[in-house]
Design a protein around this ligand. Structure first.
Ligand SMILES: O=C(CO)COP(=O)(O)O
Length: 261
């Protein structure tokens, strides 16, 4: 079986200006021992306006954590007011870009076709997509969470090659669990994360699916992360609120592997 390195990614959403962002990254890096990063990859996803400062800090102090953006334009350049291109993010040293977060699907009406074009834009510029999928409460109550999440996955991967998809990171984020304190049970997380991996195996190959990391996101905290990432098909966490506090986030990271606990 492929050995998948755990990934904990902090999605800051629209929080923390660049000065606050620097302070947070410094504290996280100071709290986690170097040996930790051999076992777990830690990423932060700050707002666009913080990225240059985070880049300078990470490069200057040779920090072991990586960073990325929360969105990317499907376009290359031109008259797209407010958009940020993949080449701009690549120039800022971004490793990751979150694509298809439910807050963008809901607040900015991003349908699967837009998500798909953003995934392709990320690959054009060497960025690794953290592709977010997940159902709302009504879909969950109707028992259609797998069908819904797999459909979003396949929509996002239209015309994406196996070579590209091999590096993708998936994040199962049930909307009813985001920012609500109502975390999915480990079994709920495993069910959908396992189904997403199975869908990758069907579309591409079992070997590819075995190597792809599937994260869970939605009210993950230091206190509940261990049992979630202990599931066979859960390879880390995408963390919102709990990523804004250095002590909580560093403890959460540590608890994924029991270091510093
Ligand atoms: O949306 C999320 C991460 O992308 C999850 O947010 P919370 O951890 O605040 O529930």
């Amino acid at each position: 079986m492929a050995v998948r390195k755990l990934l904990v990614a902090g999605n800051w959403k629209m929080n923390l200006n660049h000065l606050e962002g620097i302070a947070l990254v410094q504290k996280i890096a100071f709290t986690l021992p170097d040996k930790y990063f051999d076992k777990v990859e830690v990423a932060v996803l700050p707002p666009f306006t913080d990225l240059r400062s985070v880049q300078t800090l990470v490069d200057g102090d040779k920090l072991k954590l990586v960073y990325g953006a929360q969105d990317v334009s499907p376009h290359e350049s031109g008259a797209y007011t407010g958009d940020i291109s993949g080449s701009m993010l690549a120039k800022l040293g971004c490793t990751y870009v979150a694509i298809g977060h439910s807050e963008r699907r809901d607040n900015h009406y991003e349908a699967d076709a837009v998500v798909n074009s953003k995934v392709k834009a990320a690959y054009r510029h060497g960025l690794t997509p953290i592709l977010c999928v997940g159902e709302g409460l009504e879909v969950r109550e109707a028992g259609n969470q797998i069908e819904h999440s797999v459909s979003q996955l396949l929509g996002a991967l239209e015309d994406v090659t196996a070579e590209q998809a091999a590096s993708i990171v998936l994040a199962y984020e049930p909307i009813w669990a985001i920012g609500t304190g109502r975390v999915a049970t480990p079994a709920d997380a495993q069910e959908v994360c396992g189904a997403l991996r199975a869908a990758l195996a069907t579309k591409y190959s079992a070997e590819l699916a075995e190597g792809v990391r599937v994260l869970y996101g939605g009210s993950v905290k230091a206190a509940n992360v261990a049992e979630i990432v202990a599931q066979a098909d859960v390879d880390g966490a995408l963390v919102g609120g709990a990523s804004l506090d250095a002590t909580e986030f560093a403890t959460l990271c540590a608890n994924t592997v029991g270091i510093l606990a």
